[in-house]
Design a protein around this ligand. Structure first.
Ligand SMILES: Cc1cc2nc3c(=O)[nH]c(=O)nc-3n(C[C@H](O)[C@H](O)[C@H](O)COP(=O)(O)O)c2cc1C
Length: 325
């Protein structure tokens, strides 16, 4: 399959694995690259910029295909040393960066000055247009379905993607809620040039998280997520487990973030992912859980998505057109 995205980024398939805190490590990213997709290491999963440099080298030893690094800029009282992470990415010879989060402008400028292609991931058409003006090479648009931060507008992909396609001129990835070939075919029909997936890649053999979490994704359905932090205007979609319910109950009493911080700490979420206990902390996942029924290898998953999308486009959809004799 050839799209503006595969052409511009030199990847075989129009399938991207977005940055994922604690999950976007070399094991997964190299597997995505080896299967012909584009994977992103997650910069802030590494404790220091030096550790990121080592992770980039480790990933390079596992694939000879291109891969990228995600840099997520989130509001924080004590921000990580973003400029130093950025320098580690540049010094590491990375050719593609996924930026996400608040005010990425200065970082985008630096990456572009070093000839690095940038995909900016955002949740609104207006933000995609700003990123386009800043000179990014592509945008990824996360709909309301997505795992993690869907923004505050609550526009699902079915409207958000074509609304963006009407205005954005650079290549565009549809993100949030994608997990199979039906989703890829739909994204292309809506005007996207490929898909970005997070949750679906967590439920693969190579994803470096405990099998207990992968099996929880298989068992959960599309109703098993919750939106936390809505009242702080920093909405996050996570698995609807006992910890998320407890945090939500505190938030709904109108209490400040500090009152539930102990429940949603990143470390606690990370421990849950590593120990395989889906009730230990808060963990990020999207509505697409309802479409996850197995834990294949990354190569099996990508191959299956491509075959299914091609069959839908050339078979099922093509067969609906009535030709006049
Ligand atoms: C476990 C997990 C962690 C994530 N962490 C990040 C992150 O640190 N930075 C980021 O830009 N996106 C993050 N995301 C969002 C994904 O990159 C992607 O945009 C999103 O998962 C797409 O929605 P989907 O899960 O429905 O495919 C995360 C997603 C998951 C599932």
């Amino acid at each position: 399959m050839r799209t503006r995205f595969t052409e511009a980024f030199g990847v075989e398939h129009p399938i991207v694995q977005g940055g994922m805190q604690w999950v976007g490590r070399a094991e997964l990213v190299s597997a995505v690259a080896n299967a012909g997709g584009l994977g992103f290491l997650t910069a802030l999963t590494q404790p220091t910029p030096g550790a990121l440099a080592e992770e980039i080298a480790r990933c390079r030893s596992m694939t000879d295909r291109p891969f990228g690094v995600n840099l997520t800029i989130l509001p924080s009282i004590t921000p990580p040393p973003y400029a130093e992470y950025r320098e580690a990415i540049i010094a590491g010879g990375i050719g593609i960066v996924e930026t996400a989060g608040h005010n990425p402008g200065p970082h985008i400028e630096h990456f572009k000055a070093h000839g690095i292609k940038v995909i900016h991931k955002c949740t609104a058409v207006r933000h995609a247009l700003t990123a386009e003006r800043l000179g990014v090479d592509a945008v990824s648009i996360d709909g309301f379905e997505c795992a993690g931060h869907p923004g505050e507008d609550d526009i699902p992909g079915l409207v958000l993607i074509p609304a963006a396609a009407d205005k954005v001129r650079i290549p565009m990835l549809a993100s949030g809620g994608f997990g199979d070939g039906r989703g890829l075919a739909a994204a292309l029909a809506l005007g996207a040039d490929g898909i970005n997936m997070g949750s679906r890649f967590c439920a693969t053999r190579e994803a470096p998280i405990h099998d207990g979490i992968k099996q929880a994704m298989v068992a959960n359905d599309e109703r098993d997520t919750a939106l936390l932090f809505r009242s702080y205007r920093n909405t996050a979609r996570v698995a609807r487990n006992s910890v998320a319910r407890e945090a939500l109950a505190i938030e709904r009493q109108g209490k400040p973030f500090e009152a539930l911080a102990h429940l949603v700490r990143g470390l606690r979420g990370r421990e849950g992912l590593e120990r395989g206990n889906p009730e230990h902390g808060v963990w990020t996942v999207g509505l697409v859980q309802g479409l996850i029924h197995d834990v294949p290898t990354v190569a099996e998953l990508i191959g299956r998505i491509m075959r299914e999308a091609e069959n839908i486009i050339t078979g099922r959809l093509g067969g609906m057109i009535l030709h006049q004799a």
